[in-house]
Design a protein around this ligand. Structure first.
Ligand code: PEP
Ligand code: MG
Length: 889
């Protein structure tokens, strides 16, 4: 417990938590005999002890650091500060999780007015020695003394200009001495002290600075974004320097063992001759591609290539390696798992399996399901220049360009003419579907990840950005204002639904591609996973897409979306406005064959897989015109055409809209409550499903309809609705003479339903957890308002870990789901269970669904590949613990 400092050979690769990622890898590389410059690691625990002691290095840590330094000096045969044979070290941060560029690094520590002379003699290279000293002053002053690099850069540039040089390599030893003089003056001016000359003082100041950098602003923000806990602390690595700037037989570089953008198995990287690490990053000189090293230093290249191979075999992962060549001798300074694109991640995982480096399960675990989104949609070319206007919620991935329109009818018209449009609106309603279909993307200023626009766009695989409150949309004036820019109707914008970015003009994009390796990975995923993956799809085309993406059924067909067609909506309105039963029946009879046609198409597309069809769910006012707009029209007509027939009709419509108006429509007359009050609506829908089943039975095509009753809160609701559906089935079977199988189940979307699931299961063949509404009703957050109003702040302030509408709240909502499953299965062990809220396409929620034993998850068609992979990963992660997991879909 009291060991705070480890020499590299005392540690190993499994000590990440204590030594940080970099320290653990340096220890591991030392252990396997690679040429790593010797050094030691001060642990993350020492960092925590530093903070606990009020930001001072505890005596024990100081003592152990000095002991380790002595061991390092002994091993190197050099001493820190020895004018004749000075040891120089680098001091670098190294946290448990990689935080690239977030914390600080100091090179060439140990340089002072004496050692610089010693180094010059020793290396017989004064230019190199003075260059190293001035680099050290610059870096140390910036990181430790907190003097802006700008002052040093400025001075250097002036000196270069004065001397008529173009770049640093032209500077001589004397020139660097002059620069050092100038640098020291800058330090004195800013700190009122001389630049510290005692190397041990330099070392401890540097260690302090690295510990402090754990809590610099950018590190704090990075941790928040990447969910890295604050308490971990950073380790500090002190390592003897090797020099890539000792002449033309020296150099430094970085390389990946495979191409990080395509995954191809070739060494990929670059290097600079006669340079130190920061020169490669700084971009002042253009580095050479690593392949050139083969020509310039064949021996070193071969040794490097062999080391890369060894490291990859050892870590069984693609590595990102930093190296330095000092006078023809290779040193490895760092290795870590390389970051890569989705395409590369897949190719590397599949090829490593084929090469026998990893097995299939490891290959499946190597790819982050979230990354797959990149591959299934068009995306912005990484190298593109872009002007970002604003950022909203990344509600549905993909990128699109088009002209701005504010009206769904116009979007439809222009879209049908082949124009590319982006529909912009404060929010969308089911009324806008036709315009959404015809648009490239949807952009709203209100609403969250489960708002109408988001859900519908995801289902369609269309890009969508929601809740971008920075947009001040003026629907009348047909323009929106964002910051100081006004975007007018017809202007071209680009939106990226994966990042939420809204950009001015047209930005170059890249098309999606489903590589052979991607298909292979998904086949492996299907072999492993023990939880079914279905899709949420409402029409034959989406059903076909779902089937193509590998869905093994439809988990949610929202039938209200079938009512939104331009031809159908007037009939739906007729049904709603009907004054009596027979008028309503007349409208329903017109709707029936239309829905039947859709069901036939969907059943056919799914080729015998189960299809869960939900009866009408939204409050009826969603099918009628907006109350305020209607009021304006009526008022105008009252003034201009008081006797007109149109006024009479509109007044009638307004009356009905007012009747249907509710304070809380999402908690109002919707879901099965519609079927309870207007049973004829559900009866028509049930019959349309069964007629479709009968037609397919006639054609000899298998069907598995699962009729789902939404928003049940009491078993008696389901009991009544179940009877109604059974009666419809019997009547269709008698009328057509055809037999077909079907089941009846319910959505669990209300806490009471989950808590009384044992009673509800008496009447249900299946449960589908509607976690959008269940989240809304459990938290009491409006799913249409919360994200735009307060959820972002809640997440930023860590009140909530995540947006519960996107990532299932396992502790609360999840507990209800688990309770629902347990109680339901206690009554009916054969009860089929699934999830059809948005969480069905989110990896951590899928993991939870697997753990509590759901039979399937259901998500929008474009997320099906992601869900297949996430489901396989859940199985692999937990299979030993959960061998009982259900295998059916
Ligand atoms: C749900 O509530 O989770 C659900 C799937 O239904 P909808 O989003 O249509 O309300
Ligand atoms: Mg719902």
């Amino acid at each position: 417990m009291d060991k705070f400092v480890y020499l590299f050979h005392e540690g190993n690769g499994n000590m990440r938590e204590l030594l940080g990622g970099k320290g653990a890898n340096l220890a591991e590389m030392t252990k396997i005999g690679l040429p790593v410059p010797f050094g030691f690691t001060i642990t993350t625990q020492a960092c925590n002890a530093y903070y606990e002691s009020g930001k001072s290095i505890p005596a024990l840590v100081e003592k152990q650091t000095l002991d380790a330094l002595a061991a390092l000096e002994e091993k190197m045969g050099k001493k820190l500060g020895d004018p004749k044979n000075p040891l120089l070290v680098s001091v670098r941060s190294g946290s448990v999780f990689s935080m690239p560029g977030m914390m600080d690094t100091i090179l060439n520590l140990g340089m002072n007015d004496e050692t610089v002379v010693g180094m010059a003699k020793l290396t017989n290279n004064p230019r190199f020695s003075y260059d190293s000293y001035r680099r050290f002053i610059q870096m140390f002053s910036n990181v430790v003394l907190e003097i802006d690099t700008y002052f040093f850069e400025q001075f250097l540039e002036e000196t270069r200009e004065q001397k008529g040089y173009y770049a640093d390599p032209e500077m001589t030893a004397e020139d660097w001495q002059e620069v050092i003089g100038g640098y020291k003056e800058i330090v004195k001016k800013h700190t009122r002290k001389d630049f510290p000359q005692d190397p041990k003082e330099q070392l401890f100041l540097a260690i302090n600075a690295v510990f402090n950098s754990w809590n610099n602003q950018r590190a704090i923000v990075y941790r928040r974004l990447n969910k890295i806990p604050d308490h971990l602390g950073t380790a500090v690595n002190v390592q003897s320097m090797v020099f890539g700037n000792m002449g033309d037989d020296s150099g430094t570089g970085v390389a990946f063992t495979r191409n990080p953008s395509t995954g191809e198995k070739v060494l990929y990287g670059e290097y600079l001759i006669n340079a130190q690490g920061e020169d490669v990053v700084a971009g002042i000189r253009t580095p050479q591609p690593i392949a050139t090293l083969q020509k310039e230093m064949p021996g070193v290249f071969q040794q490097f290539a062999d080391t890369c191979h060894r490291l990859e075999q050892h870590y069984k992962e693609m590595q990102d390696i930093e190296f330095t060549v000092e006078r023809g001798k290779l040193f490895i300074l760092q290795t870590r798992n390389g970051k890569r694109t989705a395409q590369a991640a897949i190719r590397i995982a599949v090829e490593m399996e084929k090469e026998g480096i990893i097995d299939k399960k490891s290959a499946l675990l190597r790819v982050d399901p979230d990354q797959l989104n990149q591959l299934l949609h068009r995306r912005i070319d990484d190298s593109a220049q872009k002007t970002i206007l604003a950022k909203g919620l990344p509600a549905s991935p993909g990128a699109a360009t088009g002209q701005v329109v504010f009206d769904a009818d116009e979007a439809e018209q222009l879209g049908n003419e082949g124009k590319k449009v982006i529909l912009v609106s404060p929010e969308t309603t089911p009324d806008d579907i036709h315009g959404m279909v015809a648009s490239q993307a949807i952009l709203t200023s209100r609403g969250g990840m489960t708002s109408h626009a988001a859900v519908v766009a995801r289902g369609m695989g269309k890009a969508c950005i929601c809740g971008c409150e920075a947009l001040k949309i003026d629907m009348k004036g047909k323009q929106f204002v964002v910051g100081d820019k006004v975007i007018r109707h017809g202007d071209i914008i680009t939106v990226d639904g994966s990042t939420g970015e809204i950009m001015l003009g047209e930005i170059p994009m890249i098309d999606p591609e489903l590589s052979e390796e991607f298909q292979q990975l998904l086949v492996w995923a299907d072999e492993e996973r023990k939880i079914g993956v279905r899709a949420n799809a409402d029409n034959p085309e989406d059903a076909r897409k779902s089937f193509e993406f590998g869905a093994c059924g439809i988990g949610l067909c929202r039938t209200e979306h079938m009512f939104m067609d331009l031809k159908r909506i007037p009939i739906v309105q007729k049904m709603i406005l009907a004054e009596n039963y027979s008028e309503r029946m007349e409208a329903l009879e017109q709707l029936l064959p239309m829905q039947q046609g859709d069901f036939e198409g969907i059943f056919e597309a799914m080729q015998g897989f189960p299809v869960t069809i939900r009866l009408l769910d939204p409050p009826l006012h969603e099918f009628l015109p907006d109350k305020e707009e209607l009021l304006v029209e009526v008022t105008k007509l009252q003034i201009l055409e008081p006797q007109s027939k149109e006024l009479k009709q509109k007044e009638l419509l307004l009356k009905k809209v007012r009747q249907l108006d509710e304070f809380n429509p999402m908690l109002g007359h919707r879901g099965c409550r519609l079927g309870m009050i207007y049973p004829e609506i559900y009866e028509m829908q049930a019959k349309a499903i069964f007629y479709a089943a009968a037609v397919l039975a006639e054609k000899g095509i298998a069907v598995q309809p699962e009729i789902m009753i939404p928003l049940v809160g009491h078993v008696n609701e389901l009991k009544q609705m179940r009877q109604l559906v059974v009666d419809a089935a019997v009547s269709v079977q008698e009328e057509t003479g055809k037999q077909f199988d079907y089941t009846i189940g319910t959505m669990i979307e209300i806490p009471r339903a989950a808590l009384t699931a044992d009673e509800i299961a008496e009447e249900a063949d299946f449960f589908s957890f509607g976690t959008n509404d269940l989240t809304q009703t459990t938290f009491g957050y409006s799913r249409d308002d919360a994200e735009g109003k307060f959820l972002q702040a809640y997440i930023e302030n860590k009140v909530l870990p995540d947006n519960p509408f996107a990532v299932l709240d396992q502790d609360g909502v999840g507990k209800l789901v688990e309770t629902g499953v347990k109680l339901g299965r206690a009554t009916k062990p054969s009860l089929k269970t699934g999830i059809c809220g948005e969480h069905g396409g989110e990896k951590s929620s899928i993991d939870f669904c697997y753990r509590i034993g759901l039979d399937y998850v259901s998500c929008s068609p474009y997320r099906v590949p992601l869900a297949r992979l996430a489901a396989a990963q859940a199985t692999i992660r937990h299979e030993s613990k959960n061998e009982q997991a259900v295998t059916t879909a």
